[in-house]
Design a protein around this ligand. Structure first.
Ligand code: NAD
Length: 310
């Protein structure tokens, strides 16, 4: 058995709700310096505020000492851009890159191609995708570039965290067909260093979690669309009748309705199975810009701290 090289430094691409959460558990639990990239200055500034507020919450609740919180703050850096273009490329002094950009196949395939070309194959390229084929991302990382394409694909892996990342205790690991055993072991041990339990799924649309969750959320939206019950009663059915901490519509708002729709579109396209056809109401809500909690309106309305109004 080889001694696994530890992850000592990471880059996270995308500073939305997932990227920020991944940055937090990497810096606080795995105790490594991270740089988080996003093309939007407003998102980066918001992510920095959120990072500080998570630290002060953990400090107040005595989950961190003042010294630990100060150290975690010093490990957090931001850079504007997506980490893959000439002027702001991720440096090759990191051991791991995790992308958490929107769930749009062309965006992620383009990013993996550029990262594959820019970064040596010793650097693991992880994706937090909810549904997109890791095998396709690995193939994209192997296209062209400065190094051997096979080696460049072998370092690609799905590292799928759950929302909110600082609280949810799970990471799903998804090897591509091309992923090396060493990449799998290093990704698993990083998930554990972030204080998560680790499951493994083969590379199949939606992996374990979203292959099951997304049809359930979609059915709940169809029940609402058909006027069978109100959002409150649909959610209460799952909370009190099935002991779910959140009902499916509130969970969809938390995930982001744009993200739910993108995941369902990937599941539908990849499987060709009509059971994954997104509900018309979901499509219309996203068209209206009602993307759930992060935008202030979805099946419920939210204040700026994410509390349900009314
Ligand atoms: N929301 C969830 O509950 C959840 C759970 C698990 C996995 N995921 C997955 O995580 C990923 C991100 O989801 P999210 O909820 O954080 O989305 P989000 O909308 O909160 O954040 C996405 C971020 O990516 C940035 N971005 C857009 N284009 C970019 C580009 N080309 N390069 C770099 N950054 C870019 C945006 O500015 C935004 O800040 C998706 O793949 C999603 O499927 C989401």
């Amino acid at each position: 058995m080889t001694v696994l090289q530890q992850i000592r430094k990471a880059a996270i691409i995308g500073a939305g709700q997932m990227g920020l959460g991944i940055a937090y558990v990497s810096a606080v639990h795995a105790k490594i310096p991270i740089t988080i990239y996003d093309p939007s200055s407003a998102v980066l500034s918001n992510a920095t505020d959120k990072y500080k507020s998570l630290l002060s919450k953990d400090l107040t609740k005595s989950r961190l000492t003042k010294e630990q919180a100060d150290e975690a703050l010093s490990r957090f850096n931001t850079i504007k851009g997506d980490g893959s273009t000439a002027d702001e490329s991720v440096k090759d002094d990191v051991d791991l890159v995790i992308e958490a950009i929107p769930e749009i196949p062309e965006l992620k395939l383009g990013l993996f191609k550029r990262l594959g070309q820019n970064l040596p194959p010793s650097i693991i390229l992880g994706s937090n995708t909810s549904s997109i084929s890791i095998t396709k991302l690995a193939a994209s990382a192997g296209l062209g570039g400065r190094e051997d394409g096979k080696k460049s694909s072998e370092r690609v892996i799905g590292i799928h965290y759950f929302n909110p990342v600082p609280i949810m205790r799970l990471v799903e690991i998804i090897p591509a067909l091309q992923t090396s055993q060493e990449t799998i072991e290093r990704a698993r041990s990083f998930g554990k260093a972030c204080k998560k339990e680790v499951t493994t799924s083969s590379d199949s649309p939606g992996f374990i979690a979203n292959a099951i969750l997304m049809p359930m959320i979609n059915e709940a939206i169809m029940v609402l669309q058909r006027g069978i019950a109100s959002p409150h009663d649909i959610d209460l059915t799952f909370q009190l009748g099935m002991s779910h901490p959140l009902g499916p519509l509130k969970l969809a708002d938390l995930i982001g309705l744009d993200t739910c729709l993108n995941i369902q579109r990937v599941l539908h396209t990849e499987t060709g199975d009509s059971k994954y056809r997104p509900a018309t109401l979901l499509v219309k809500m996203v068209d209206a810009g009602w993307v759930g909690r992060k935008g202030g309106k979805g099946f419920y309305e939210y204040d700026k701290d994410g509390n349900v109004l009314g």
